[in-house]
Design a protein around this ligand. Structure first.
Ligand SMILES: Nc1nc2c(ncn2[C@@H]2O[C@H](COP(=O)(O)OP(=O)(O)O)[C@@H](O)[C@H]2O)c(=O)[nH]1
Ligand SMILES: [Mg+2]
Length: 241
């Protein structure tokens, strides 16, 4: 099974090298890593390029026009599909998503179409994060779950694993998210297409290096985007095919 770990990055120079090394140390057969960097001013891409010279399975997708967590994620998924991935793991670069869980994802994906790393199932945890951020996650989660009718608990988790057929079916080309709302849009599309989704517990840690790209403006925009997917779907226009 050819697996791609897809990591979008923006100013993650302090994290990405260690993260890649930890993933490689898991020694998972036929595992590739693609880092999708939006030409970060801190030269994250340089670190990735240097590592890819030593390790053929480390690949860099450098985007020089436009920036966004959503468009980067879509580009990364497409890259993995074009390069023959049977399975794709998506994760953040900041160690909030610890790579030690990758083997559990690959195990669980044998029996589900999509697997989510979840803070809110038995054994999962949200550690070291401030109370304000936790409350926001909780309230935004209720909003997204109710609005989109999702059955999963951790609807803002960007640590997840997909079978190829899911990424082929959700129509990456008709996705409307350019920013972080991609996390919900992917859940919604996967749910609407009827795929099986399984949650496995993870301990989510706050980043210790670098800065979050999330702020209140982005948060509000993200929540409004969720209304937009819902409306598009009601009109039968979320999927084009
Ligand atoms: N390529 C790319 N990656 C991004 C962008 N914004 C955020 N990311 C990455 O997406 C992941 C999650 O972002 P982060 O700032 O940690 O968001 P938070 O975890 O919600 O606070 C990290 O790996 C970021 O480097 C972007 O505009 N472009
Ligand atoms: Mg983060």
């Amino acid at each position: 099974m050819k697996t791609y770990v897809m990591i979008p990055t923006y100013n993650e120079r302090e994290n990405i090298g260690n993260l890649i090394r930890e993933i490689l140390s898991l020694r998972i057969p036929n595992l590739h890593i693609v880092v999708v960097d939006d030409n970060s001013p801190d030269r994250t891409a340089e670190v990735v390029k240097n590592l890819s010279a030593e390790h053929a399975e480390v690949e860099l997708l450098l985007r020089t026009t436009g920036r966004g967590r959503g468009s980067a994620g879509i580009a990364g998924f497409k890259y993995a599909l074009e390069h023959g991935a049977d399975c794709v793991v998506e994760m953040d670069a900041d160690f909030s998503h610890h790579p030690k869980y990758i083997p559990s994802f690959l195990q669980a994906i044998q029996e589900a179409d999509m697997v989510i790393g979840s803070r809110f199932v038995g054994g999962g945890k949200d550690i070291n994060r401030g109370i304000a951020r936790r409350i926001i996650t909780f309230l935004a989660g209720i909003y997204v779950r109710i609005l989109l009718g999702l059955k999963i608990r951790d609807v803002s988790s960007g640590y997840r694993c997909f079978k190829r057929k899911v990424l082929e079916a959700i129509e990456l080309d008709s996705m409307i998210s350019t920013g972080p709302s991609i996390v919900s849009e992917v859940f919604y599309r996967t749910h609407l297409k009827g795929f099986s989704i399984r949650e496995i517990p993870i301990e989510f840690a706050d980043r210790t290096h670098g800065e979050t790209k999330l702020n209140y403006t982005i948060l509000i925009k993200t929540l409004l985007m969720v209304l937009k997917f819902k409306r598009l779907n009601k009109k039968g226009r979320l999927f084009k095919k």
